[in-house]
Design a binder for this molecule. Structure first.
Ligand code: RB5
Length: 158
């Protein structure tokens, strides 16, 4: 199924982002680039890009997202603040596959300083091509939703 995928990166991830954008342009998917621009000369803050992409995945404007920083960790932490977001860092073929099969990750996070760039493009393909496993994994995602509801109830009390 052709998806609309948002992609964002900070200064550490901008070159890998370009590579992933070029790869996705050759696929059936539509890619929306949230920056930072490849020719940006300054360092930028990863939460700004993570929040922009995660908000649009959470609202349904995007089907999925890809976020790239030095390690993928800062992007993952930020994106997962949004209800309904399941952002996962993948570092090898198995983590890319299981992020979808078990966790139905709707945002893939990559580390441009920790993962070979050509390999990272392969991880994107694996994540996109792997279907969600459903069944017992669906029950666990329902529990994550329940945790989100409880956290939100606590937050509104304070
Ligand atoms: C930027 O230097 C770096 O901290 C960032 O790209 C990322 O690795 C954070 O998680």
């Amino acid at each position: 199924m052709a998806l609309t995928i948002g992609i964002g990166a900070d200064h550490a991830g901008k070159e890998l982002k370009q590579l992933v954008v070029e790869m996705l342009k050759l696929s059936e998917h539509t890619v929306v680039d949230y920056g930072v621009a490849a020719d940006c000369k300054t360092s930028v803050d990863y939460p700004d890009y993570a929040a922009a992409v995660a908000a649009d995945v959470a609202s349904g404007k995007l089907d999925a997202g890809i976020l790239i920083c030095g390690t993928g960790i800062g992007m993952q932490i930020t994106a997962n603040k949004y209800p309904g977001i399941r952002a996962a860092v993948a570092w090898d073929e198995l983590s890319a596959k299981l992020a979808k099969e078990h966790n139905d990750a709707n945002i893939l996070c990559l580390g441009a300083r920790t993962t070979n760039h050509m390999r990272a493009t392969e991880l994107v393909k694996i994540w996109l091509d792997t279907p969600f496993g459903g069944s017992r994994h669906k029950l666990r995602l329902d529990k994550i939703r329940e945790v989100e509801r409880k956290v939100s109830a606590i937050a509104t009390k304070h």
